[in-house]
Design a protein around this ligand. Structure first.
Ligand code: MN
Length: 715
């Protein structure tokens, strides 16, 4: 066991100003708290937090982190409380210990490896302070080093698997190469001990054959580089068994073929010297083609920087050589933790050396204040996401702000479509509740349920949004289809024809619609009128007069016997003059009207209260007094326009058309002007005989519960 003064000495070696009192107090507190607890190995439990603190000193971390290492299991495993630690060691350390405790409670609940990436993100997202993660990794490293003492083989295996899938990649992610390799190799020993043993045996054999080969090659490399006048430190080592194993797997080669089991590292003063040293190595030894990599000009994502080359080196051994500066080496070994040295005042003149760290931590706002780096930054890499569990323990990653509806659609579209309610951590919650990290979400479902348009206002995932929209669109489409069919049927019977899908078919191509349904929907939506369709199908038939259609007055007046009696029953017009009905006010027989003379167009009829008339206030000579000739018999139809607000419920549109048809009106045009999840606002043109007819229809519509309001359109 590390003694109290030894631990303090280790910290003081890299931080002369460390808070020794804090370290001593944490040491004593933890020792007392764990008391007579024992580890699986039979050692006093306290040896564990002490070793964890020791590992953290090798990462050269600050006294707050070392104290956290000492205290990390006290809240979870002893009678000590958060409040006690807060009181005795301050809020910062209490929060760190609490953070480690929370991480320790998470376990990978699913064996499936696709969950691993999300689980790693969850750990990162929950590590508000990067030091929480560093302590957790040190904790895991010591547990792995003592894994053989755990008696239950299933538990050993689970821990090893979790380390391999979660913690080792996390260590790599934050740039801690050494830690990553050791975690990997310890897991490998548990998961595939036989393979590892055979690799170690073979390494031993090669070592005895070679007789100090690594040292000899190191010496020769060193003198080769020194002779060229470059100052460098050269270090050689055998690669770890797991690295060798993985290479064998990846390259599908046997151990005998794998020559580069030794790695050599050349450490030089600066970047320029890296390339110089590379030149001398290549000059002295034959380079193996396609093995050279320049991670200095293009660093890895975790900011690993180094030159890699493989050469046929001393004694004709194929060796890998890594060339880098001391800073690069430190970052390669310690990653995020290397920052602590930077805090001690190591120069970073252009501020770029640790930029990756800043990016990693998303703390750009603190970029000019390196003191803040470890203490006050949040690990926000994945803080735009939340991670939650299904009842089976699968992990689902969602964007921040996601709700149970997003969750349901993320699981499966069917789950989303039939979602009726949700439980979070066992408690019923509204569907708009925002999910938080680590929540377990359980979706209630019913086959009778369909997506609600109101969901669209709170979901945040594209998948949920598009599924809801698709559903609503499909439902609206079937309503429009129904309405369009009803309108067409009516138009056909008005012309004395029976309606059938087959009869309409020739119009599809002419009007450019793919299917009969598309065409009906277009009619229902008002993009196409039934008249347009009839004109295509019955080009020779004389169809009823449309609104705004120019009617030569003389003809209209003169021939009352004409079929359908298309005369314009208006008194006061000048003979021979053409007449239009203005589209703005849709005057109907019975309305008080006025005529406006328009050059080249004849007379346009407006209702007396039409707003458009204001445009002609200064040209009284254009006004003509006209009135409806109500005594004349006419079965001429006129277009009346109404504004309707309809509830957005199934069948509302077809009920609208039914009411109008029953009152012997004919919808000639229909346009949705506004649509909310609850209501449609629309303009409907109805062919009616006169004002009275339209008023009857409006009254009938008002009686329909699906119709919220209906009024005659004015101007
Ligand atoms: Mn622990």
């Amino acid at each position: 066991m590390i003694r109290q003064y030894e631990l303090v000495e280790r910290v003081r070696a890299y931080d002369p100003n460390t808070d020794e009192d804090l370290l001593n107090r944490a040491y004593v507190f933890s020792m007392k708290a764990h008391g007579s607890q024992k580890r699986a190995s039979g050692d006093p439990y306290f040896s564990h937090p002490l070793e964890v603190a020791g590992i953290l000193t090798s990462m050269k971390l600050d006294h707050g982190t070392i104290a956290t290492g000492l205290l990390h299991d006290t809240i979870e495993d002893t009678v000590a409380t958060y409040e006690q630690i807060d009181q005795q060691f301050g809020t910062e350390i209490a929060k760190l210990v609490d953070g480690v405790t929370k991480l320790s409670k998470l376990e990978l609940q699913s064996d499936r490896t696709r969950q691993a990436e999300n689980f790693r993100k969850l750990l990162l997202a929950m590590s508000d302070d990067i030091r929480v993660l560093l302590v957790k990794l040190a904790d895991r490293l010591h547990n792995m080093r003592t894994l053989q003492f755990v008696k239950n083989p299933d538990k050993r295996r689970r821990i090893a698997l979790e380390t391999m899938e979660i913690y080792s990649p996390l260590a790599e992610r934050i740039g801690m190469q050494d830690l990553k390799e050791e975690l990997e190799d310890l897991s490998f020993a548990e998961l595939n001990g036989d393979a590892r043993d055979s690799i170690i045996k073979h390494l031993e054999f090669l070592r005895s054959e070679g007789g100090g080969l690594v040292d000899r090659i190191t010496d020769q490399l060193e003198s080769t580089i020194a002779d060229a006048g470059v100052e460098a430190g050269v270090f050689g080592r055998e690669k770890r068994p797991y690295s060798i194993w993985r290479k064998m797997e990846q390259k599908e080669i046997s151990f005998e073929q794998l020559s580069d089991i030794m790695a050599f590292r050349v450490i030089v003063a600066d970047v320029a010297t890296c390339y110089q040293a590379l030149g001398f190595v290549h000059a002295a030894y034959a380079m193996v083609p396609e093995r050279f990599k320049d991670y200095i000009s293009t660093p890895k994502r975790n900011n690993y920087r180094s030159l890699h080359t493989t050469v046929i080196g001393p004694e004709k051994h194929r060796i890998e050589v890594q060339i880098r500066t001391k800073e690069m080496d430190e970052v390669a070994e310690l990653g995020v933790a290397a920052h602590w040295r930077y805090k001690q005042g190591v120069e970073d003149p252009d501020g770029t050396q640790y930029r990756w760290l800043r990016e990693l931590l998303e703390i750009l706002e603190h970029a000019s204040d390196p003191e803040e780096f470890l203490e006050h930054t949040k690990l926000e890499m994945f803080q735009d996401q939340v991670f939650c569990f299904t009842p089976k323990g699968d992990l689902i990653a969602l964007p921040q702000g996601a709700t149970p509806v997003d969750f349901a659609y993320a699981v499966h579209t069917n789950v989303g479509d039939t979602c009726t309610g949700a439980k979070i951590n066992g408690r019923m919650v509204p569907l708009r509740t925002q999910i938080r990290n680590g929540d377990q979400v359980d979706i209630m479902r019913s086959k009778a349920q369909t997506p609600s348009p109101t969901w669209e206002s709170f979901v945040v995932t594209g998948k949920a949004r598009s599924a809801i929209r698709r559903f609503i669109r499909n439902r609206q489409r079937s309503q429009y289809d129904e309405l369009g069919r009803a309108m067409l049927k009516k138009a056909f019977s008005d012309e004395g024809h029976t309606f059938s899908e087959k009869k309409v078919h020739p119009a599809l191509k002419a009007l450019n619609y793919k299917t009969f349904e598309d065409l009906c929907v277009a009619v229902g939506e008002g993009h196409l009128t039934s008249r347009q369709i009839l004109e295509v199908l019955l080009p020779d038939a004389s169809l009823r007069t449309e609104e705004d259609k120019v009617v030569p007055l003389a003809k209209a007046r003169g021939d009352k016997a004409k079929r359908k009696g298309s005369a314009v029953p208006i008194k006061g017009l000048i003979p021979g003059m053409a007449v239009h009905f203005a589209g703005c006010c849709h005057s109907l027989p019975g309305d008080r009207i006025v005529g406006i003379v328009t050059t080249g167009k004849g007379v346009t009829i407006h209702t007396i209260d039409c707003d458009t008339l204001e445009n002609f206030v200064n040209t009284p000579e254009r006004w003509i007094d006209v009135s409806w000739d109500m005594d004349r018999e006419s079965d001429q139809m006129h277009a009346g326009r109404i504004d309707i607000v309809l509830t957005n419920s199934p069948g509302a549109l077809s009920s609208l058309s039914t009411v109008i048809a029953k009152a012997q009106g004919n919808i000639s045009n229909l346009k949705i002007t506004n649509r909310t999840p609850e209501f449609f606002e629309m303009i409907v043109d109805i062919e009616v005989r006169d004002v009275k007819h339209l008023t009857n229809i409006i009254t009938a519509l008002r009686a329909d519960p699906a119709i919220s309001s209906v009024d005659r359109a004015r101007g």
